[in-house]
Ligand binder design. Structure first.
Ligand code: DGY
Length: 324
């Protein structure tokens, strides 16, 4: 008998077909958001699951499914999984690092360019029929080339963002828990600085930290107060890293010039104050959303689940303590 598994959100048919070679698959192609209670019901009797960043794999959920052996996120972030609870229960947890770095870095750059050159507001203005003629002093934006790019969180995605800055002749500074090895620093021509210097000097500040209680509101009113009034903030990491109310106040008051935001506190709901602002570019958590990358993420999660339930160590195991 094949082990039973749940795929918690809609995925590509190719992924289901691959999983069906190994498992009896309960899919969710209707794409209902299951939540804690829904997950408990649908996980009953399952040995494993492919889960998304929207699935709260809480201690409660883990405790409710005694036969659960593996939870494989199709996301690099895994703040939706209570990793400690999984480890206590001997449940393997995995994520999908590496396959979405370039796609997410591309989106960070799209938002950076959009806020620098005021694209969303200019396009709305054009669509509204407000363009009465070309003017010399019209829709003036900020230059990206030769500006200073600041990166908070210099993992793989941060480095991919930094490498793209070489083509714009930017100065790149970063802050990270640990300094990058010299060859990696050289590859993106980046200089380590302390957090205050990063906030003070960046013309474009890109946040690429994982979310955890320790990184909650890493950027709030005190940090925004240190930034240049001409600076732009870009968040493609996770909601909650930025204090959204403080950001909206800073954008409204001209404390900073603009922002490009892909992730929000409490998403998919978000602070309606964002909608009143013309100096923001907003996207609905699409950092890794290209066809090829979403396929690669789902296939990587499938690889992890197939390995985990066939007695092999999954390639992206987050809690090696459970691996004997
Ligand atoms: C990730 O991989 O963490 C993306 O945010 C998709 O959820």
């Amino acid at each position: 008998m094949k082990p039973r598994i749940l795929v918690s959100r809609e995925v590509f048919p190719e992924v289901l077909a691959r999983l069906a070679q190994h498992f009896e698959v309960d899919d969710n192609q209707a794409d209902e958001v299951l939540g804690v209670e829904g997950l408990k019901v649908r996980l009953a009797g399952k040995a494993g699951a492919l889960t998304a960043a929207t699935d709260p794999v809480t201690a409660d959920v883990v405790a409710a499914v005694p036969g659960l052996k593996a939870v494989c996120n199709f996301a690099v972030g895994y703040n939706n999984i209570d990793l400690a609870a999984c480890t206590r229960a001997g449940v393997m947890a995995t994520n999908t690092p590496g396959v979405l770095d370039d796609t997410t870095a591309d989106l960070a750059w799209a938002l950076l360019m959009a806020t620098a050159r005021r694209l969303p507001a200019a396009e709305r203005w054009l669509r509204n029929g407000e363009w009465k003629g070309w003017q010399f002093i019209q829709w003036l934006g900020s230059d990206v080339h030769h500006a200073t790019l600041g990166i908070l969180g210099m993992g793989r995605i941060g480095q991919a963002v930094a490498r793209r800055a070489l083509g714009f002749d930017m100065k790149v500074i970063y802050h990270n828990r640990t300094r990058l090895p010299a060859d990696q620093e050289a590859a993106c021509r980046a200089t380590l600085v302390d957090k205050q210097t990063l906030l003070r000097e960046a013309d474009f500040l890109v946040l690429l930290l994982p979310y955890s209680p320790a990184t909650h509101h890493t950027v709030g009113a005190p940090e925004l107060a240190l930034m240049k009034p001409t600076a732009h903030l870009i968040n493609v990491a996770r909601g909650g890293i930025v204090d959204d109310a403080a950001l909206i106040a800073a954008l409204k008051g001209g404390r900073i010039a603009g922002a490009g935001i892909d992730v929000f506190e409490g998403e998919p709901k978000f602070n309606p104050g964002f909608l009143e602002l013309d100096n923001v570019a907003l996207t609905p958590h699409i950092g890794s959303s290209s066809s090829a990358t979403r396929m690669a993420m789902a296939m990587r999660a499938a690889d992890n689940l197939i390995a985990a339930l066939s007695g092999q160590r999954p390639p992206n195991l987050l809690n090696p303590e459970v691996w004997k």
